[in-house]
Design a protein around this ligand. Structure first.
Ligand code: HEC
Length: 706
């Protein structure tokens, strides 16, 4: 921020005045690695996880366990065009910056909410005719030396002038025609900014991360996560080493490993850690048929930040086969373990184990399950590897596995409070039945934009608990749960913890809660009237502590499917918002409409062709990631059962084939034949008819609650 000081008039003799320091400008603070590493900073929130440590702990205590029940809305911003909001706002020199849907970045006054600028990278234009994978939501932005960095769905990394909101440079991180996408936050550190991508399920892919120079946007270095075809030569020694852990012709499947989320820079040790993704395809029997650990899938890989050279790795799920990626938060902490100060990494990946890793050596210190883990009994401390259970790799037929591919913990941020010594994990409890029966493993080959895992996910016989999620307070030294709160809705949001002995967390049912950080007692509940998926931010300006939160159900699970649909956050029915709270807030929030269930159109005139409908079912996998599992619509896109557009072939073709709604995040499928479109229309009608009773049931339930 530039502040203009008043002109100082100094008397010179007694009739002459000269002006000095008139219009003198005081530059805002320089946000560099020193600033982003400052744990005592409270006025600002400078990075995705607040500081380079990614702890999401703020030493503020104006709002605390004794007064948090007084927390009220101070200001809010309606975001009527947004959809999924999953990011953490940043606060720099009194300005709050956040990314909305389609990577639209806004800068607003952090005290009043007044808009300063808005930057639209026109993702809608860039996805036209190309993107049939990925999503319009983004998990965050990065701030560094006056610039903001955002990474778009279509794969661009953009540097924006924080003062003006104008673009400074753009780098294209992959060919936008490829079946890759970005929903992650870029990470700026040491004059570089790093980004990876997602797409392990969308065709053969070989994961990589790229670091760019923050000033010029030029590639500084690139690191591949898995080895390519040895016949082409290896990029470096690390790839040569990794190739020894693969078998068969893995490069034909790409191998995967895409790093789509967790990047942490350690300023003390000057090391960059990346959390890597799962295999492409998931089933190792296809990817690497003779077995092998398949480095560097599902690992924390430590790299030299200057040149991207490999330093060490710790693999959480060797030879993974369940989508247990390790892309989750990589939190830095100093722990006193048996009287010794240890510099550690805290990591709770999808596979359900909580890891404490010595970040100076990469050696495992301890690992214990924080939820039920039926795929492995424990981690062998001699080898650092999990001890798998029998048939965990579904080699002898279908088997129930916990956690399921959503993970025991996914990208929803955990936080670490050095005062309580606890880590607050948004945990998930679900099982799935894995099987590869009926799949020809030898001839299986993924295709671009053709979702493929080479495994079936079926309903499990039994779920691990009678609730789907919980907030777990985990003691990383004792490797034990300190307390937990069962939650009756899935996919709850990331956490924030403060010196006020508080933990804040939003839930997918629209509730925003503050807990006592030591005991888990609920101290305050606020109903935002719409599912929450983003983690909150806290900051302090002019002596006032604020808590700020984006409200707009988002992320993969928000696509729908019966459980998600049942929440009632149908596409477009509720207003997305940025809400900021303080102890003396005085605003009333306009109420949200009630939960909404779109009414499937029955259309009795339509003559349903069952064979075409089955063909349509086989096309629908292109659509389910946004329009919902089983066509139960969620928050990301309209419920197709209730849409009038599929009733008319030409309108349907205009949207699906010709891209009429590209500007709203609906991709186009220019290659689709009339028959494919027709098949989809029949499948939509079939689902509308057969799920009508479900709709009636939901309405009856809602009425009985009123
Ligand atoms: C990346 C997410 C995404 C995917 C994948 C996707 N859609 Fe959509 N679709 C949307 C969004 C978002 C809209 C809403 C656009 C708007 O607000 O007008 C939409 C709108 C539509 C509409 C218009 C509905 C209406 O009432 O306005 C139809 C029909 C449709 N999609 C069909 C499909 C079909 C068929 C597929 C698969 C072949 C598909 N979509 C794949 C996101 C997606």
């Amino acid at each position: 921020m530039i502040t203009t000081l008043n002109c100082l008039k100094i008397p010179f003799f007694f009739f002459l005045f000269i002006s000095v320091s008139c219009k003198q400008e005081k530059a805002g603070s320089v946000i560099d690695d020193v600033a982003i590493s400052n744990e005592s900073e409270t006025a600002q929130w400078l990075a995705y996880g607040r500081t380079h440590s990614e702890q999401r702990f703020n030493p503020l205590d104006e709002i605390n366990e004794n007064n948090v029940n007084e927390l009220k809305v101070d200001w809010y911003l309606d975001l009527p065009k947004d959809v999924g909001l999953v990011s953490t706002p940043l606060v720099v020199d009194g300005i709050l910056y956040f990314t909305g849907t389609m990577n639209i970045i806004r800068a607003v006054d952090a005290v009043t909410g007044e808009r300063i600028w808005e930057f639209d990278p026109e993702v809608r234009e860039h996805i036209k005719g190309k993107k049939q994978t990925g999503w319009s939501h983004s998990r965050g932005i990065s701030f560094y030396k006056g610039k903001i960095f955002t990474a778009t769905w279509d794969g661009r990394l953009i540097a924006i002038d924080a003062k003006t909101g104008k673009e400074i440079w753009t780098a294209v991180t992959f060919d936008p025609h490829r079946a890759l996408y970005i929903t992650g936050a870029p990470k700026a550190f040491k004059n570089k900014v790093i980004i990876g991508n997602g797409g392990t399920e969308d065709g053969p892919t070989r994961g990589f991360v790229t670091a760019y120079d923050v000033e010029t946007g030029k590639v500084a270095w690139k690191f591949y996560i898995v080895p390519g075809n040895p016949a082409d030569g290896f990029e470096n020694k690390a790839m040569e080493m990794a190739a020894k852990t693969w078998t068969g012709e893995w490069w034909k499947h790409g191998g995967g490993g895409n790093a789509w989320h967790g990047f942490t820079y350690d300023p003390e040790l000057d090391v960059l850690y990346i959390g890597t993704g799962n295999g492409a395809p998931w089933n190792r029997k296809v990817r690497s048929p003779e077995g092998g650990d398949n480095l560097f899938l599902c690992s924390i890989v430590a790299l030299d930040p200057d040149n991207g050279e490999y330093l060490w790795h710790y693999q959480t799920t060797p030879g993974e086969t369940w989508d247990y990626n390790s892309s989750m938060d990589i939190v830095l902490a100093d722990l006193n373990m048996d009287g010794e100060e240890m510099k550690v990494i805290l990591h709770a990946p999808k596979n359900g184990f909580f890891y404490v890793i010595n970040r100076e050596t990469g050696k495992l210190i301890s690992a214990e399950p924080f939820v039920e883990t039926t795929w492995a009994t424990h981690i062998d401390m001699q080898t650092g590897k999990p001890v798998e259970t029998k048939n965990a790799r579904y080699e002898n037929g279908p088997v129930d596995i916990t956690p399921n591919p959503w993970g025991a913990h996914t990208w929803h941020a955990m936080s670490y409070n050095p005062q309580t010594g606890l880590v607050y994990i948004p945990a998930l409890h679900q099982s799935v039945k894995f099987s590869d029966e009926g799949i020809n493993l030898e001839s299986w080959q993924g295709r671009d934009f053709a979702a493929g895992t080479a495994a079936h996910m079926l309903e499990a016989d039994q779920q691990p608990r009678d609730y789907p999620a919980s907030l777990i307070a985990w003691d990383p030294i004792k490797q034990k749960e300190a307390w937990s709160v069962p939650q009756d809705v899935f996919w709850n949001a990331g956490t924030l913890t403060t010196a006020g002995n508080l933990v804040f967390q939003g839930r997918s049912d629209g509730k925003f809660l503050a807990y006592n950080a030591e005991t888990g007692e609920v101290l305050w509940t606020f109903d935002a009237g719409l599912g929450i998926s983003a983690a909150p931010t806290t900051y302090k300006i002019n002596g006032v502590q604020y808590v700020s939160l984006l409200v707009g159900f988002g992320g993969g699970y928000a696509r729908g499917g019966y459980e998600s649909h049942k929440l009632g956050w149908a596409y477009g029915a509720h207003t997305r918002r940025l809400i900021t709270f303080s102890l003396d807030g005085k605003k009333d929030l306009p109420p949200q409409p009630p939960r909404f269930f779109p009414r499937p159109i029955k259309d009795p005139e339509f003559i349903l062709d069952e064979d075409l409908a089955i063909q349509g079912y086989n096309e629908y996998w292109k659509c389910f990631n946004c329009h919902g599992d089983g066509m139960f619509g969620g928050s990301m896109a309209p419920d197709l059962r209730a849409s009038p557009i599929p009733l008319d072939f030409n309108s349907f073709a205009a949207v699906v084939r010709d891209g009429l709604k590209n500007n709203m995040g609906m991709p186009s499928y220019p290659e689709m034949s009339d028959e494919q479109l027709e098949a989809l229309r029949h499948f939509i009608r079939k689902r509308a008819r057969e799920t009508y009773p479900v709709y009636e049931g939901l309405i009856a339930e809602q009425e009985s609650q009123n």
